[in-house]
Design a protein around this ligand. Structure first.
Ligand SMILES: CC(C)(COP(=O)(O)OP(=O)(O)OC[C@H]1O[C@@H](n2cnc3c(N)ncnc32)[C@H](O)[C@@H]1OP(=O)(O)O)[C@@H](O)C(=O)NCCC(=O)NCCS
Length: 186
């Protein structure tokens, strides 16, 4: 075994320890500062971020996946399904908040996070996954397109960042139609 090879994997998170919340907050802050925050343009106060992560795991419609790199959580993604009253969207889910801290990128973790969400979606009998990204999130766009997500629309007024209007791309994928490219061990 190569001792220099980073130990990286993805796991489904059902409960969060104190140190895992700290890791998630650290990773999220660095991704936000790098410009790829999930909605946030500057890091919110630490207690707000901590409450956010603790909240995610108690929402039944959300599955949280964490990416670990050499022992620490460095990124995450969420699979979100429709609430029980929304029968029309019973078979539809979305993937949100898919990010990896800048220092842990390029090791296949975001791909593994996405594939873990897809696997969980299949177990939840989901048939389609929808997601959206800012047009500036080039790495995410390339990743989703390589994983078989089909861009079906563009919203020219998707976001405003530093006073500039940014378009957003909308994607959909029919589960079971996965293209090659998945290297996940999950
Ligand atoms: C997008 C992001 C999650 C990718 O994380 P990552 O762990 O480095 O990605 P992976 O190593 O799993 O790479 C998966 C694929 O993404 C694409 N990709 C990754 N980095 C890329 C880059 N710098 N430029 C272009 N494509 C890139 C590639 O298609 C890659 O597949 P390949 O290795 O076969 O070429 C990360 O850059 C990030 O956190 N960005 C900011 C947040 C964001 O944009 N989130 C998505 C919307 S919420």
């Amino acid at each position: 075994m190569n001792k220099n090879k980073p130990n990286s994997f993805v796991q489904h998170i059902l409960a969060l320890s104190e140190s895992e919340v700290v890791d998630l907050c650290d990773a999220a802050e660095s991704a936000i500062l790098d410009g790829g925050g999930f909605g946030w343009l500057s890091p919110p106060p630490r207690n707000v971020l901590e409450r956010y992560w603790r909240g995610v795991i108690v929402v039944p419609e959300r599955d949280l996946f964490a990416a670990r790199f050499n022992g620490r959580i460095v990124g995450s993604a969420q699979l979100v399904i429709a609430p029980g009253n929304n029968e029309a969207q019973k078979y539809i889910a979305s993937i949100t908040t898919n990010f990896v801290a800048p220092w842990a990128r390029g090791h296949g973790l975001a791909r593994q996070l996405t594939l873990a969400c897809e696997l969980r979606a299949k177990k939840r009998a989901i048939k389609f996954i929808n997601l959206d990204v800012r047009e500036t999130q080039e790495a995410a766009i390339q990743m989703y397109e390589r994983l078989g997500y089909e861009r079906w629309g563009t919203n020219p007024n998707y976001a405003v960042v530093n006073g500039e209007k940014i378009a957003g791309y909308y994607y959909t994928k029919k589960l079971g139609s996965q293209k090659r490219g998945g290297k996940s061990k999950t």
